[in-house]
Design a protein around this ligand. Sequence first.
Ligand code: TGC
Ligand code: FAD
Length: 392
Amino acid sequence: MKKDNFESPDYYNIDDLLTEEQLLVRDATRQWVKRDLSPIIEDYAQKAEFPRQLLNGLAEIGAFGPYIPEDYGGAGLDQISYGLIMQEIERGDSGIRSTASVQSSLVMYPIFAYGSEEQKRKFLPKLASGELIGCFGLTEPDHGSNPGGMDTKFSDEGDHYLLNGAKLWISNAPFADIAVVWAKNEEGRIHGLIVERGMEGFSTPETHNKWSLRASATGELIFADVKVPKGNLLPGKSGLGAPLGCLDSARYGIAWGVIGAAMDCYHTALKYAGERMQFGKPIASFQLQQKKLAEMVTEITKAQLLAFRLGQLRNEGKATSAQISMAKRNNVDMALKIAREARQVLGAMGITGEYSIMRHMMNLESVITYEGTHDIHLLITGADITGIQAFK
Ligand code: TGC
Ligand code: FAD
């Protein structure tokens, strides 16, 4: 079993900006990652299997619903604590952070924000404790970047709804107990429905042969005349803005999460460069390697400041969707570039599972695509600053 000797870079003393509670939350998550996640993750990624034994630990560290009020079973933390939890988990693996993101921001959040009091009491405490695991069905085979075009639909059959359609690329789908599914009613209006495992006509086949997020289970959601009780429709909000509102919360978490992956790559490369001798010297003494390492820590520091400021805005309820898009786009791109550079610092060793860099790099190829692609987030910034939408 490999020992995790990670030390976090903090070039601009960002720890000084954190409250005692934020530091405690961050350090507890870091310790859990070192003890329970790091020693097993490479093996599970190689096997392409989700380590289900981590679910209890994720619940215990407050990763399921960090900012959901304690009254509903959540941890009642602020947005910066939520971000730090995501950073630490993704330092271990983006796939495990995905599970926490989906559960918190894409399943608990819509039930909390748009659900009835009865739905909140029924589902949120069990989701917070990990007794129930959820997934979020928005993307379809023919509608990825353009979810508003979705074909999944439901009709009102008097005492229940009848749901038909399919969702693709759904994190946690193969083992989720419930799915928050977005579908159109007979008037073409988008609503959220809670679909429960065991409902007749509902199946969740797993998607295999991924080179990315291998320790995360991805699958389809198939609805063939599924009878959904009327009490399972989320009554609080409809229209495309409802699922997109959940994405704001998840994208914010990703903007922090990927800093963790970048930090891990940087730390690994820095340590390796100090120890690896070539031409009679540590490779860290060569200017070309110093350039890579210096640029990495500079980009990590900029990303930390962006995420921290966004967290302050979120705490004040002032962050806009476009600000969140900018941070998601910038920070994922930053992390992916650092993973590629760090891999080169390790030479051939960088391609092996002895080090985490290649796994991070492959994971980040999904992260730069899901929750809105790199292109879509640029277009969101473009539309925000010019007032002109260039999507269509
Ligand atoms: P558009 O006309 O711009 O907007 C429709 C309505 O939605 C409102 N809105 C938002 N509301 C809240 N938050 C946001 N971020 C919002 N963005 C837009 C908007 O105001 C409007 O409201 P109203 O009242 O006027 O109707 O919609 P559009 O059809 O032009 O599409 C815009 C676009 C392309 C930006 C959007 O569809 C988009 O973001 N596409 C990307 C799709 C995406 O991100 N999918 C993610 C699927 S989930 C996932 O990937 C989970 S991975 C999880 C993991 O494993 O971690
Ligand atoms: P497309 O939309 O087909 O895009 C293909 C390319 O075209 C991209 O480069 C894109 O940027 C570009 N493009 C598209 N439209 C435009 C435009 N207007 N202008 C310029 N370029 C454009 N979805 C869920 O609902 N729930 C989940 O839990 C979930 N988990 C996922 C897990 C993984 C591992 C992955 C890989 C995806 C997951 N997704 C999930 C789906 C994800 O959100 C979509 O893959 C993403 O939104 C992009 O959709 P697409 O793959 O269909 O690409």
